[in-house]
Design a protein around this ligand. Structure first.
Ligand SMILES: Cc1ncc(C[n+]2csc(CCOP(=O)(O)OP(=O)(O)O)c2C)c(N)n1
Ligand code: SF4
Ligand SMILES: [Mg+2]
Length: 272
């Protein structure tokens, strides 16, 4: 009994002492407004917004950043990010970003686009911006569907995937094959860094953050067009629970859209 009491008094520390020893591992980024997201539970957009905001804080670029929001569930980016956002709906972010980056070359410019916005409605804009080697960054959210409008087929919808416009599952005969945007754009000489990541696990969240930070750094170093494709869950129109959606993403999406660096003009071809 005596020994126990001695040990307790030795190891007991004040709350103040314990607090001072705690390592801060997370905080609210200044680049993100303190407002609730309107995304569904388990949606990847909220997590991605936080990652982007953290990176901008870490780069010290909050007052020099301009983001471009699309149509789709990310349309409300201007409500969430605490820096300038320009709304350029229907696939037009790469065209408007081109103009703004050329006018204000010292700004950190990025577009944030879903697969419907980027790979269907705005196919021409993204291809030509990449071919021109415009010096800005693209964050491409691939959730294999049109989330906002209720789950129609997107260009990235998998073969066999059921959507409201492919009720028996997508089949190549009538709707073609999924477009692999990252591989397609990496064939263009104007692109410098193209990478595909996912946010299904903590490890992959960290890899996503690393990849987007690298893309932003490439832009700041004037290395030309770069894009990070992020595989992201949309539990609501995949008709799944958030947990099931992460499993589906890994099991079904990843074999079709493998993760890793697809092109790095100034570095090596390695896994992120
Ligand atoms: C020219 C045009 N086509 C289609 C639409 C309808 N629309 C708005 S958002 C959207 C889908 C967006 O899907 P995606 O870009 O994948 O974003 P998500 O919601 O999945 O994040 C569509 C088809 C529209 N408003 N205008
Ligand atoms: S519909 Fe999908 S993409 Fe849109 S907020 Fe809900 S989960 Fe996210
Ligand atoms: Mg989508």
């Amino acid at each position: 009994m005596k020994t126990i009491q001695k040990k307790t008094s030795k190891t007991r520390r004040s709350t103040k002492e314990r607090k001072s020893e705690m390592k801060k591992i997370s905080s609210w980024p200044e680049s993100l407004k303190k407002v609730p997201f309107r995304f569904c539970s388990g949606c990847g957009h909220g997590l991605l917004h936080k990652i982007v905001a953290e990176i901008i804080d870490e780069l010290g670029m909050r007052e020099k950043t301009i983001g471009f929001a699309p149509v789709g569930c990310a349309v409300f980016a201007y409500d969430y990010f605490n820096f300038d956002i320009i709304e350029a709906p229907h696939g037009r972010p790469p065209a408007v970003a081109t103009a703004i980056k050329r006018l204000l070359p010292d700004r950190l410019i990025f577009t944030y686009q879903g697969d419907g916005d980027l790979a269907a409605i705005g196919t021409a804009e993204i291809i030509h911006a990449a071919a021109r080697g415009e010096n800005f960054s693209v964050i491409f959210i691939n959730n294999a569907t049109y989330g906002m409008t209720g789950g129609q087929m997107a260009p990235t919808t998998l073969l066999g995937q059921k959507t409201t416009t492919t009720v028996k599952g997508r089949e190549e005969k009538t709707t073609g094959y999924p477009i692999k945007v990252s591989e397609l754009l990496s064939s263009l000489e104007g692109t410098s860094f193209i990478c595909r990541t996912s946010i299904d696990t903590p490890k992959n969240v960290l890899s996503t953050k690393k990849a987007i930070k690298k893309a932003f750094q490439y832009q700041l170093d004037c290395k030309g067009f770069n894009l990070v494709e992020v595989l992201s869950p949309c539990p609501t129109v995949w008709w799944m629970s958030p947990e099931e959606s992460l499993k589906w993403l890994k099991k079904k999406m990843m074999p079709v859209f493998p993760l890793g660096v697809i092109k790095d003009k100034y570095g090596s071809k390695q896994k992120t």
